[in-house]
Each structure stands twice: as C-alpha cells, then as structure tokens.
Design a protein around this ligand. Structure first.
Ligand code: GCU
Length: 349
C-alpha cells in the first residue's frame, strides 16, 4: 500500500514538473539560476520527439554539460526528429525515483548511480566495489566495451523496460567530514551519508562509521543541521553541491572509482529507426568521451574553488581504508557469473 502511494506521489510530482516545463517552454529549472532552456538547447523543430532526461546535478557539472551538448548533436544530426531536454538539479526528484519514472515512461532517460541499479539487479554491485577499476581511463574502456557489459546493460529490459546505454565516470570517491579524518578509526561513531544501497552501507560499516542512507539532494541540509557528520563523493560533487561549506575536511580515501549510467525507457529506444538509433549511439559516444576529458579538468578547478571557499584536502593513509574494504569483494560477488564479470573487467585493464 505504502509503496503504491509513494509511486503515485512520484508520478504526480514528475508530471507536475513536466507540465510546468511545457507551459514555460523550458526544462523545468526556471527557478534555478543560470538555467539553460533544454528545449532550445536541444534545438528541436517542434515536430520531433523530446527525450526528457532527469539529472540530479547542477548545470555546471560535466554530466549536464555533456548531455546538453549530446542533445544539440542529436537534434542536428536527426534534423530535429530526436531532441533531449535535460532536467537538472533534481527537479524531477531523486535517483531512486528516476528508475520508476524511466520504467513507466514518465520520463525517457535519466542518469543514475550504480547503486541505484544494484537495487534492481544485484550484479550491478560490481561497479561500486573498491579496487575493481584502477583509474578513470581503464574504467571508461570497460564501461564502453559491449563484449564485457552488453549483457548486464540489457538485463533490465524485459523486467523493467530499462536499457542501460552506457556509463559516465564519477571519478574517485573519498570521505569528507566536519572534523578531520586520517584513519578508519577516526570514522568510528561518525554518521556518514551513503547512497541508498547495500554495498555503500557495508562500506561505511567496514570502516567503522555509521552509514546513513539519503538522497543526494538532501545531503547539504543534513550536513548543515548536523544530522550527519560527513559524506563521501568526488571533488566535483563536493564543489558543485557546495558540501565544502558545511563539511570542510576532504580526506583522500579514494575508496573506489564510481560509475553513473545513462538509462532509457526500452520502448522509447525501440521506437527509433535504425538510422536514428545509430546516430543516437554516436552522439552518446561523443558525450561520454567529452565527459571524461571535462572530468579531469573540472576535478582540478573544483578542488581549487573549494579550497578558496575554506576546504582542506588531505592525503591520508588510503591503503588503510582500502584494506578495510577489500573483504567486500568476496562478500558481495558470490555467483560464478559475477566472478566471471570481475575477471573480464580486470583482464581489460
Ligand atoms: C555522484 C554521482 C551521482 C550520485 C551522487 C551521490 O555525484 O555522480 O550520480 O547520485 O554521487 O552520491 O548520490
């Protein structure tokens, strides 16, 4: 009962936001500063289909920039038959809700973090485990290699009508807190926000902290009010979400290289002609490649700007954090299929 009520609420909120966007002719972010009109950016000619894409990042985040550019490319290359409207800033809700919205077709596409997909297919946990990816470039080589990830990307089609198109890097994730943290022992008793998935809960527990699952968009206020003592993420999210203002100690635990995924409603994807689908794939390839380059540059500027805003970035004993987390590989990768996927991922790096 409760679940149905929640789903209805999600659909209502999303539909209200989408209706508002339709009236304003924009992408639902009219209340945010510096918002670009997604419909205009997509360059649609009014006769094509607008793919509504839900995103929980700001307009300055590499994901928004790369996806907005993808929309322009797609629109131009298909002569306006296909356009992309990006709804940033969690305007359409949080990532847990995006899965249901894409599955039902309320929105067409979304960016979701690996742990969200882990909640519907446990095998996705592999993308959130420490030591699986050694660096961003080898991660992206794997995430774009259909020989390795093709099966898992299509695994949600019949059950959920969700197709995974591909991945974006989240870079290295590290812990940040209100007070300095240098060793796993410093996390004991600290409430650390995690993404809503079993592996992230287990990770912070293994490090001695108290994991507190919470949607991304709620983290700033929770840090500010003291509901949590810290969180873990990359430098770009730390900066764009302004978390440095309320948790100024960033400790380079580098506990994993995280992954985001572009998902699309399977029926929508199947509605494309073969030619348009090929164009869609080409524009996505450009998008993830641009994203990867932008990621590296923006990581540096995010760090500089957070430092200027009072943050301290400290190298810590990253090996101590990794050692505490290594047992999670055996704990979470239990089936022969998961072991085979891990072996293929490792071989490709
Ligand atoms: C990163 C990631 C997001 C994710 C967020 C989080 O910013 O790119 O997709 O939602 O971390 O910690 O929730």
């Amino acid at each position: 009962m409760r679940k149905n009520y929640r789903l209805t609420g999600i659909a209502t909120a999303a539909i209200a936001a989408l209706a508002l966007a339709a009236c304003g002719g924009g992408n639902g972010e009219a209340a945010t500063d510096g918002a670009t009109d997604g419909a205009t950016a997509g360059g649609g000619n009014g006769t094509g289909k607008s793919l509504r894409l839900a995103l929980n990042q700001t307009e300055t985040h590499p994901s928004y920039i790369a996806l907005n550019a993808m929309g322009e490319d797609l629109s131009e290359a298909t002569d306006g038959r296909w356009n992309v409207d990006v709804f940033p800033n969690s305007t359409l809700g949080d990532q847990g809700e995006y899965l249901q919205m894409v599955s039902s077709g309320v929105v067409d596409m979304a960016i979701v973090s690996a742990p969200q997909l882990e909640n519907i297919n446990g095998d996705f946990v592999i993308f959130s485990l420490p030591t699986v990816f050694s660096d961003i470039d080898s991660q992206m080589a794997v995430l774009s290699n259909t020989d390795i990830v093709g099966d898992i990307y299509s695994s949600l089609e019949s059950s959920n009508k969700i197709t995974v198109i591909g991945g974006f890097t989240q870079g290295e994730r590290s812990v940040y807190t209100k007070d300095p943290v240098e060793t796993p022992a410093d996390l004991v008793g600290k409430k650390i926000r995690v993404q809503e998935s079993p592996v992230f809960l287990a990770m912070i527990e293994a490090l001695g902290g108290s994991p507190t699952p919470m949607a991304y968009g709620e983290v700033y206020t929770a840090l500010q009010s003291g509901v949590i003592d810290g969180a873990e993420n990359n430098e770009i999210s730390y900066h764009t979400q302004k978390h440095y203002e309320v948790a100024p100690y960033f400790s380079y635990t580098r506990h994993l290289v995280g992954a985001d995924f572009l998902i699309i409603n399977t029926d929508t994807l199947n509605g494309m002609s073969e030619e348009d689908r090929a164009t869609f794939d080409t524009t996505w390839e450009t998008a993830w490649q641009d994203h990867t380059e932008l990621w590296k540059v923006n990581t540096e500027t995010a760090k500089e700007e957070a430092e200027a805003g009072g943050a301290t970035f400290a190298e810590v004993d990253a090996a101590a954090f990794q050692d505490a987390l290594t047992p999670l590989l055996d704990e979470f990768l239990t089936s022969p299929e998961q072991q085979a996927l891990l072996a293929a991922i490792k071989d490709a790096q």
